[in-house]
Design a protein around this ligand. Structure first.
Ligand code: CUA
Length: 322
């Protein structure tokens, strides 16, 4: 009976996960999230069994004739059901779940990815062992089958880094580095989300997570390490004339970014504005001219002085940065 009910629960969990496989703790693509789902199912089965037992006891108590349980027997029931059995169950659950809480070990040979939460986007720096860091933003790619160590911090207020299908949440605290070591197993495109209220656009602070086979990942990272080529495109001239490089870096063209997201390979990202809009020319142009319309509370100033055509030219230039 118990085996049957847990099988039913696993099927139900997978059916529910089918509703959203991009951002779901029930559809893990990493080993840590799979552990969390396993613990969840164990605890859910336990909770259902206990709740069922309590319901049966209640039914029995209501139907029993008055006076059938004396004071002594009643106290014994309270002692066992209210004290001893819950203590045993909780201790057993603790002993069972403790090994899952042990952080996954990382070695210096593993890829490190530094991610800082900002209002309201993600600053990303890949640090492959023995090579210079590669700056990026708002999208995270990881290889499957390899250990990856995230070094998480906050640039302004406290954020929380959460990729439900990969691992549990981890706070991003200014002035402190928290480590989260993960391992993805299934390639695919997934989604992460800020999980700590951090201001007006907290709910609009998401990102794409792309898990790739190791060889494809290595090729992609080598591509990301390449600087952009300086260009005389009208969009590039607008980028310089409007002072965009004061906040945004484009390797090979400007100094690295200290304030806003790095744009060196902007056009290779699938989404815009931290996972909020599809990467289309119209969306990029609209975001540059009026970022606050997409993201209330955004730090980036608006550029209403740009004409429609100038917005499109700038967007085309940035999308060309692959
Ligand atoms: Cu960042 Cu919520």
């Amino acid at each position: 009976m118990r085996g049957k009910s847990s099988a039913t629960l696993i099927v139900t969990a997978n059916v529910l996960a089918g509703c959203n496989t991009h951002q779901s703790t029930l559809a893990p693509f990493g080993v840590d999230a799979a552990d969390i789902r396993h613990l969840f199912i164990i605890m859910l089965v336990g909770a259902v069994v206990i709740a069922g037992g309590v319901a049966l006891l209640m039914r029995h108590a209501v139907r029993a004739p008055e006076g059938s349980i004396d004071h002594r027997k009643g106290m014994r029931i309270v002692l066992w059901l209210g004290g001893i059995i819950p203590t045993i169950v909780l201790l057993a659950l603790l002993a069972y779940s403790l090994p899952y809480m042990k952080p996954r070990p990382a070695s210096p040979a593993d890829l490190t990815i530094a991610v800082d939460g900002e209002q309201f986007w993600w600053r990303v720096a890949y640090a492959p062992p023995g090579r210079a860091p590669i700056l990026s933003a708002n999208e995270i790619r990881i290889p499957t089958g390899r250990t990856v160590a995230f070094r998480l911090s906050g640039g302004d207020v406290v954020h929380s880094f959460w990729i439900p299908g990969l691992a549990g949440k981890m706070d991003m605290i200014p002035g402190r580095i928290n480590s989260l070591v993960v391992r993805a197993e299934k390639p695919g495109r997934y989604r992460g989300q800020c999980a700590e209220f951090c201001g007006l656009s907290h709910a609009l602070m998401a990102f794409d997570v792309i898990a790739m086979p190791p060889a494809a990942f290595d090729a992609w990272l080598a591509e990301q390490a390449r600087p952009a080529r300086p260009s005389d495109d009208p969009g590039a001239r607008l980028f310089a004339a409007n002072g965009c490089s004061g906040c945004h870096g484009i390797a090979g063209v400007t100094a690295p970014s200290r304030i806003g997201p790095d744009l060196t390979h902007f056009g290779s990202r699938r989404t815009l504005a931290a996972g909020i809009l599809p990467m289309t020319t119209a969306n990029v142009a609209k975001f540059i001219r009026h970022p606050e319309k997409t993201k209330p509370g955004v730090r980036m100033p608006s550029f209403p002085q740009l004409s429609d055509d100038e917005g499109v030219a700038l967007a085309r230039y940035l999308q060309g940065l692959k």
